[in-house]
Each structure stands twice: as C-alpha cells, then as structure tokens.
Design a protein around this ligand. Structure first.
Ligand SMILES: CC(C)(COP(=O)(O)OP(=O)(O)OC[C@H]1O[C@@H](n2cnc3c(N)ncnc32)[C@H](O)[C@@H]1OP(=O)(O)O)[C@@H](O)C(=O)NCCC(=O)NCCS
Length: 140
C-alpha cells in the first residue's frame, strides 16, 4: 500500500473514489491518496493562507478501515505542509485526530478565512440543528 501526494493524473480517479462512496463534491485542493492498485483512501488539504491550512474529506474505503491508512494519510499531509492545520469533525472522530496532534478549539477562535470557508460550507454552529455537533480542531 502506497500513500502519496496525488498528481493531476489522479484527478478523475479521486473523483470516482469520492463518488463511489457518495462523499460529495471534490474540493479544490492538494490531495493525498492511498493506493493498493486502485485508490482506497484520500484526503484534501486546502491552503487558505500561508498559515491557515484545512484538512478536509479524509476518507478511507470501508473495506480498508482500521488498518492505519487514515492515520498515514493525515501524517503524509502534515509532513508535506508546515504551519497550523484546522479541521472540522464529528464526535466519533475526535480521538482519531487527537492521536495525530489535533486539539479542539472554539469555533470563535478559528482564523477568519477558515470560519468563512466553513460558513460557506454550512458547517458552522448556526447552520445546523443543536443536536448535530461539529467540532473544530487545530494542530501546531
Ligand atoms: C476516519 C477514517 C478516515 C479513518 O480511517 P482509518 O484508515 O480507519 O484510520 P486508522 O486505521 O488509522 O484508525 C482509525 C480508527 O479506526 C478504528 N477501527 C478499527 N477497525 C475499524 C473498522 N473496521 N472501521 C472503522 N474504524 C475502525 C481504530 O481503532 C481507530 O480508532 P478511533 O475511532 O479511536 O480513531 C475512516 O474511518 C473513514 O473514512 N470514515 C468515514 C469518513 C469520515 O468520517 N471522515 C472524517 C471526516 S472528519
């Protein structure tokens, strides 16, 4: 299994990978992929500013979860790009990202560019019902 930064040649296969898992739009960013022949995992890094990078759409194929591929994807992205990284996740993913060095931060403490991105994406607190909780996290 290979974890690597994606090239332009991988674009169509990345789109097919997300589509196949009904994950939604492929965002404009730098992708990291895990391959075992076909793509079995992907992650998108979005650099909003020199010191504001978002980790988005970390996705491993259900048949391959729990084998460390998600961890390797996040580590590859963090090794490739310096500076603070931010992400948005649900309760069940907190432990996964905490092991990778992310810590929870309040939505109000996000840099303005990140808050704008997630506002446009409908991920901020005022965009969803109170029982649907999103957490924001920062590493470095
Ligand atoms: C989150 C995700 C990318 C992690 O990928 P992964 O390759 O399973 O990650 P790892 O193997 O490195 O370890 C992750 C966890 O999976 C657990 N695990 C073990 N077997 C598992 C299985 N069959 N399926 C899912 N998780 C399993 C591990 O114990 C570990 O525990 P944690 O929940 O406390 O973190 C993957 O579960 C996924 O694609 N989920 C759906 C999309 C998603 O929620 N993405 C995150 C958006 S913020």
């Amino acid at each position: 299994m290979l974890v690597t930064r994606a090239s332009r040649r991988d674009t169509d296969e990345i789109r097919a990978f997300y589509d196949g898992l009904e994950w939604g739009d492929v965002k404009d960013g730098t992708f990291f992929i895990a391959r075992q022949g076909p793509i079995i995992g992907a992650l998108c890094l979005i650099a909003l500013e020199p010191d504001v990078t978002l980790v988005e759409d970390v996705l491993v194929h259900p048949d391959h979860r729990g084998r460390g591929i998600g961890t390797r994807l996040v580590e590859a992205a963090m090794n490739n790009k310096g500076g603070p990284m931010y992400l948005c996740c649900h309760d069940e993913r907190l432990a996964f990202y905490e092991r990778l060095g992310f810590r929870r931060i309040d939505q109000d403490d996000l840099p303005e560019s990140a808050r704008r991105f997630w506002r446009d994406d409908g991920a901020l607190k005022d965009s969803y019902p109170p029982d649907h909780v999103h957490h924001f996290m920062r590493a470095r």
